[in-house]
Design a protein around this ligand. Structure first.
Ligand SMILES: [Zn+2]
Ligand SMILES: [Zn+2]
Length: 388
């Protein structure tokens, strides 16, 4: 099969105490101290064969997202800044749709011909975190497209239990082709749903909301908030193309992200007649400008939900959270808790539409072109159209 392959050089920094285990497995505790000079190319790999509980998908589409782009961000010495636990060479792609073409002997619920989307988080279901109901915190997590080969390939081997059927969405989207495009953009909605309705609390219809950042997750969050009755959704985003998409998916007002938190907060206070925002979602990974703004325009009971990633520490004045009974909520992941099936129900009911922000499509052969477009961070979702 053809696949996009990310390569990098295993070259632990001289001052990094590499363990024999790391040298053997190349799974590094601190990958940014071990992997250098990432590059991508399209090449041929052996076709995967399913284990007993696996299915093989003929990949239809794979979305590129911020975490894929992080693979190519390097420091002055050429070291990858965010390789996570990935091992190279590896196939990226965790936002995937496809058609089942083969099933292992133990597969129960899927059959060839089923259309599915992928839940990329392969939890062990054995560790303390999993068994306590924290699958997103699994201690032995495998992540398709990071620690396992992903979907930027013609074929993908994944556990049956990481697939969700989307056959029924053909009635909603009108064609198999459009359904499979939408199917590759379900993951950002599950990230948003997990943050808003599993991690946060007290999000009520009628809420005033702010969304910082209008990448795919921000755009999904805007739709989720609208679908669940937010009456004002204000979005702050630097890029004009993304601001247009935020309007398209239903934000009531969209503003250029302002580096001055006080100016941003003033916009929110004016738009809410002084009430402030009940729900505030960080999807920008720009904590030093967004968190102080959110703090300054928090309504009583405000939920400040942090999805974006940013290595910066941010000064937070906790007393303002105390006096407002406000919460800062950390959110990561998208699996478990009925998140996927509920997002799929909302999609089937017409409440969510990922096709509104698919802006660019590339063939697998032009993986590097797709990457370049995604790296410009101008538009919405960049899709690789592979087999459908
Ligand atoms: Zn993603
Ligand atoms: Zn686990």
């Amino acid at each position: 099969m053809k696949a996009a392959i990310i390569s990098a050089e295993w070259s632990p920094r001289p001052d990094y105490a590499v363990t024999p285990e790391e040298n053997r497995t190349h799974m590094a505790r601190v990958g940014s101290s071990c992997w250098k000079h990432p590059s991508a190319a399209v090449a041929t790999l052996p076709d995967p064969t399913p284990g007993p509980d696996d299915v093989i998908l003929k990949v239809a589409a794979a979305g590129l997202c911020g975490s894929d782009l992080h693979f190519f961000e390097t420091d002055g010495d050429g070291y990858m800044q965010y390789p996570g636990m990935a091992r190279f060479p590896s196939v990226p792609g965790h936002e995937v749709s496809g058609e089942v073409v083969a099933t292992g002997a133990g597969v129960k619920y899927l059959k060839p011909g089923d259309l599915v989307c992928l839940d990329d988080m392969v939890c062990c279901h054995k560790c303390e975190a999993c068994r306590r109901g924290f699958p997103n915190q699994c201690e032995n997590l495998d992540d398709v497209g990071f620690t396992m080969n992903g979907g930027c390939a013609e074929l993908l081997k994944v556990p049956e239990s990481n697939c969700w059927k989307i056959n029924h969405l053909v009635a909603r989207f009108g064609s198999k082709a459009k359904t499979l495009e939408a199917g590759a953009v379900i993951e950002p909605f599950t990230v948003g749903y997990n943050a808003l309705f599993e991690c946060a609390a007290r999000i009520k219809p009628g809420a005033y909301a702010t969304v910082f950042g209008a990448g795919s997750i921000g755009l999904a969050v805007i739709q989720l908030l609208r679908a669940t009755g937010a009456t004002k959704v204000l979005c702050f985003e630097r890029n004009p193309g993304r601001r247009a998409l935020a309007t398209k998916v239903g934000a009531h007002a969209v503003h250029d992200a302002n580096a001055d938190p006080a100016a941003t907060a003033a916009i929110v206070m004016a738009a809410t007649e002084g009430a402030g925002a009940d729900v505030q979602v960080e999807c920008a990974g720009a904590f030093n400008s967004s968190l102080p703004a959110m703090e300054a325009c928090a309504a009583n009971g405000s939920q400040v939900v942090v999805i974006g990633r940013d290595p910066a520490r941010v000064p937070v004045f906790l007393e303002s959270y105390q006096v407002k009974k406000a919460n800062i909520v950390g959110a990561m992941g998208n699996t478990g808790h009925g998140t996927y099936p509920n997002v799929l129900r909302m999609m089937a009911a017409g409440l969510l539409d990922p096709t509104l922000f698919i802006t660019d499509r590339f063939p697998l052969d032009d993986f590097n072109g797709a990457l370049k477009t995604a790296q410009s961070r101008q538009g919405g979702k960049v899709l690789l159209k592979i087999g459908g």
